[in-house]
Design a protein. Sequence first.
Length: 94
Amino acid sequence: MPGHPYTENQLFFRAVNEKVLELSTPAGERVSVHCECGVITCGERIDLALDESLAVRSLSNHFVLAPGHEQPAEGDRVVDVHDRYVVVEHDPPQ
């Protein structure tokens, strides 16, 4: 999956969010994390609980995005919709 700029950005934001959640999330509380849409200039934040994050990360090609930030042309396919975020499966174009 790495090598595509959009994908690299998604992976970067995921790593940042994982560290934020690891360091600051008591069980059951939400933390403001970065949208993992892959657009480097995106500044959207999502309130996410640790259990929600773990559910998304159970598959390595799933990412949490602000609603409306999915990019089908970049390989995003919405697989789950919530009130605060969407989950996409990312399969970068060849």
